[in-house]
Design a protein around this ligand. Structure first.
Ligand SMILES: [Fe+2]
Length: 413
């Protein structure tokens, strides 16, 4: 049974950060006292966070560059974007470079290299159920889904009521894009769900751009969650949801990257972008502590997984992110972090990515299934072989592709 501890780290929760030990046993947080197994001393130089949660991504859709409206123009809703994507040179190159399995793996690394251990792949189960368990990070499998709850959406679920019923019966989230645009249906989406009896605390709505003040109030009263995807929204529509009103109304706000075809490179970049756009919209700062909650416990609640992840409480999964301490404030440190600041990332007790000093937690030697990659001048162990994947993409695409969410250059390894 895995048993180890991180000593003298600054352990971060929603309300405070304090120096101490974090013990892991059998894939769970076992407490604050170091057990008998191996221990790594962080010497008060590192913050220890719950691993991050990205509430919106499309794991077969991460490639670059972005595909969007022509210069100076923006979309009415997501549909013309979907047509533009399928007709794009980027999409053709992506198809050439990546089969479905490799596309998923690439997306897993996009998330892993930004401290994410839990993500939702917004695609129907029949397209991802066999692939998700093979990924190094956790792509949730327990969710009900609609594409967008509009008459012209892609019919990814069994229908709003049936999917929502299944969410209620199973204790799952009901996840759907909603109001991703400004057509009549986008403007009326909350009323439609309300009339169907499908507006409650199982709902995780992605985008919500055209929500009125009344829609926001109804969302808050129902206990629904939203996934705020600011970068994707601004790129496609030159606006995003009324995020301050959602927060002030008490809606459970989380953050999603969306795919890199429209969104940020990864969650670290999305956090920075969201903060900057909030400042531009409202002339004030969105507190880093709020952002920390959005990418940890709020997101776990939205996924109906807060008994298992989202904080470092005893008994939860040992999903852990250790970041170099570059700021005195733990939340500010997270909100300014990049891939090069990750010292260790752990899923259910299993180190996925880390500096070589943490190899002690893997019984002292690099196990089968791990490789070493140089990031920010440091040798880092990583589950799987992202270097081989990157090289495969370059070879299959036939171009010296740069994918900014992979934080290393294959030719310099
Ligand atoms: Fe999306």
């Amino acid at each position: 049974m895995t048993e180890y501890s991180l000593k003298e780290g600054i352990i971060v929760s929603s309300s405070k950060s304090a120096c101490g030990a974090l013990a892991v046993k059998g894939g769970e947080i076992s407490g604050r006292k170091a057990p008998s197994g191996p221990a790594v001393d962080l010497q008060g130089m590192s913050f220890v966070y719950p691993a991050l949660i990205n509430t919106h991504d499309h794991l077969r859709g991460n490639y670059l560059p972005r595909v969007g409206p022509s210069e100076g123009k923006f979309y009415l809703n997501w549909l013309p974007w979907d047509n533009d994507l399928k007709a794009s040179a980027c999409y053709a190159e992506r198809t050439r470079a990546l089969d479905i399995q490799k596309g998923y793996l690439l997306s897993a690394y996009k998330n892993l290299f930004s401290g994410v251990v839990t993500v939702n792949d917004h695609f129907p189960h029949k397209l991802n159920a066999e692939i998700l368990p093979s990924l190094p990070i956790r792509a949730i499998q327990n969710y009900a889904i609609e594409h967008e709850c509009s008459s012209y959406d892609l019919k990814w679920g069994a229908g709003i009521q049936e999917e929502h019923d299944s969410a209620v019966k199973n204790g799952w989230p009901f996840i759907t894009h909603l109001s991703e645009g400004f057509d009549d249906e986008s403007m009326d989406s909350i009323s439609r769900l309300e009339n169907l009896g499908a507006l409650d605390n199982h709902c995780l709505f992605v985008h919500c751009i055209a929500f009125s003040d009344e829609d926001i109030r109804k969302c808050a009263a129902a206990g629904a969650s939203i996934s705020w995807c600011a970068a994707s929204n601004m790129f496609m529509f030159n606006t995003t949801c009324k995020i301050k009103k959602f927060i002030e109304a008490g809606v459970n706000v989380t953050i999603g990257t969306d795919s890199s075809h429209t969104g940020s490179y990864n969650l670290f970049e999305e956090i920075k972008y969201g903060r900057s756009i909030y400042r531009a919209m409202y002339g004030e700062d969105l507190s880093p502590q709020s952002i920390f909650n959005m990418v940890t416990l709020n997101a776990a609640k939205a996924f109906w997984m807060d008994e298992k992840t989202g904080s470092l409480d005893t008994g939860k999964y040992a999903d852990i992110l250790v970041l170099k301490a570059k700021h005195d404030d733990a939340y500010e440190n997270l909100c300014s972090a990049g891939s090069e600041d990750i010292e260790l990332l752990v899923r259910e007790g299993k180190p996925l990515f880390g500096e070589m000093r943490f190899i002690e937690l893997l019984n002292g030697t690099l196990p089968e299934g791990y490789t070493v990659v140089k990031i920010g001048g440091r040798d880092m162990f990583v589950a799987g072989d992202p270097l081989a994947l990157y090289r495969h993409i370059r070879s299959a695409a036939g171009v010296k592709k740069t994918l900014e969410f992979l934080p290393f250059e294959p030719d310099e390894q």
